[in-house]
Write a protein that binds this ligand. Structure first.
Ligand code: IK2
Length: 421
């Protein structure tokens, strides 16, 4: 008899939408508008910086271990950038932690702050790892969904709002933290000042920490602005902000992220980090640091990558909204991020998508579309709790940080599907 293997703490969190649908993509080889990464080259600034770091004959130690909480050059760049954005001096030694992607920043923050039995409020739709990470920390996730105020005609992520009473009722004396993702994946909602102030008020009233997932902080479109919770009155001391080099510089394969906040909130995450990943890749951190130094030089100009990328994405977004509308899918126009949800209930009602009845409609539809029309998205109900999955299951999520020709190809596939129905 073999010893009992998998740890009990993994029960209930075995599934991962990324594992399942990346496997499908490998099998089917569809046009993949599923997982969020660009299908075009990353900016030369950081690519050249990485090549230089790896092959630097004067500083050969760039291929060896660096400082555990973050490579000094990157910590300095992050502190300089965010001190400017937050409007306060961020201490390089105690208030910034570099991690293996924002994924790890979320993990060490939740593991480092949440005690067994603590409740953590998660606003839906949410980046799927929040729930399993809260459970691994022994916490209890409490879900509060954004709900659409408007579902007919052209809609926007702005139409998806929190019911303030429902949110207020979710707080209890056990609530330790609330996780807010703005700009939001998969909706693309950019939380407004008033919405963040409402959340901040509840955090202060119940002495709750705000864990802000801001990996899409530069990707907001005309008429929008990204407001940082840590800048709101009396919120610095109770906010941990999380960022991603993968999203900021379009290098998702580099798996480098960060968390920053007051020293008393960073201590726990640092302890978890030092006993798990301990230190992140040195040459990549060197290259990301150089990337930030370059962008800080030209900060605010149209050439700055933090401006040029969203400008390029907004054109892609508007083109893809038209492609979806022309194909009979009702898009929710995102205010930010690089994903778009489209209502597919009309299409689903006209085809036999098959699949097992205990699987949500959107999971079955995404598999059907990938296998039968070689176009892959992601099922949005994966970004909901089981009880609220019905809110997302009439949609499909597409990623539009893709070459224009690939977005056009997706349009051809979808228009052909509409014709066949
Ligand atoms: C909100 C959010 N937080 C955190 C992360 C993780 O960031 P990183 O890649 O830096 O670990 C991501 C990356 N998402 O990409 C997968 C997808 O949705 O297709 C994210 O969207």
């Amino acid at each position: 008899v073999l010893p009992p293997a998998i740890a009990e703490k993994t029960s209930g969190i075995e599934k991962s939408v990324w594992v399942e649908f990346n496997q499908l993509a490998l099998e089917v080889k569809p046009l993949n508008l599923g997982q969020g990464f660009p299908d075009f080259a990353a900016p030369d600034t950081v690519r050249k910086a990485l090549a230089k770091a790896c092959t630097n004959d004067t500083n050969v130690l760039l291929n060896q271990y660096t400082r555990g909480f973050g490579h000094p050059r990157l910590i300095a760049a992050l502190s300089k950038l965010y001190s400017k954005l937050i409007g306060r001096e961020i201490n390089q030694q105690t208030e910034v932690l570099v991690t293996a992607g924002a994924y790890e920043a979320l993990f060490v923050t939740i593991m480092g702050l949440v005690n067994k039995g603590d409740e953590v409020i998660i606003i839906e739709p949410f980046f799927d790892c929040y729930m399993p990470q809260v459970k691994l920390a022994g916490g209890t996730p409490v879900f509060v969904p954004l709900r659409p105020r408007k579902t007919t005609g052209v809609t926007s992520s702005e139409d998806w709002v929190l019911d303030t009473e429902e949110l207020a009722n979710a707080f209890s004396d056990k609530t330790k933290a609330i996780i807010v993702n703005t700009p939001n994946n998969p909706l693309g909602k950019v939380f407004k000042y008033e919405e963040l102030m409402m959340i901040a008020g509840l955090c202060k009233k119940h002495n709750v920490i705000a864990i802000m997932d801001e990996v899409y902080e530069w990707m907001f479109y005309t008429g929008q602005e990204h407001i940082r919770m840590a800048t709101l009155p009396d919120m610095w001391e109770r906010t941990v902000t999380i960022g991603s080099a993968g999203k900021t510089f379009s290098v998702t394969g580099w798996k480098t992220g960060w968390a920053f906040g007051p020293a008393h909130l960073m201590k726990g995450p640092q302890v978890i980090h030092q006993h798990s990943v301990y230190t992140c890749t040195t040459p990549v951190q060197e290259a990301v640091a150089e990337g930030f130094e370059i962008e800080l030089q030209r900060f605010g100009t149209p050439e700055c990558y933090f401006k040029s990328l969203p400008a390029e994405l907004e054109v892609k977004r508007d083109n893809f909204v038209k492609i979806l509308s022309d194909s009979g899918l009702n898009p929710i126009i995102p205010e930010g991020g690089y994903f778009i949800l489209a209502d597919v209930s009309d299409i689903i009602s006209k085809i036999n998508i098959g699949g097992s009845p205990n699987e949500r409609k959107d999971f079955r539809f995404v598999k059907w579309l990938s296998r039968n029309r070689k176009l892959q998205g992601i099922p949005p109900s994966a970004f909901y709790s089981p009880e609220h999955g019905h809110i997302g299951e009439n949609y499909i999520r597409f990623c539009f940080i893709k070459e224009d020709e690939n977005l056009e190809k997706a349009g051809e596939i979808l228009r052909a599907l509409k014709k066949d129905l």
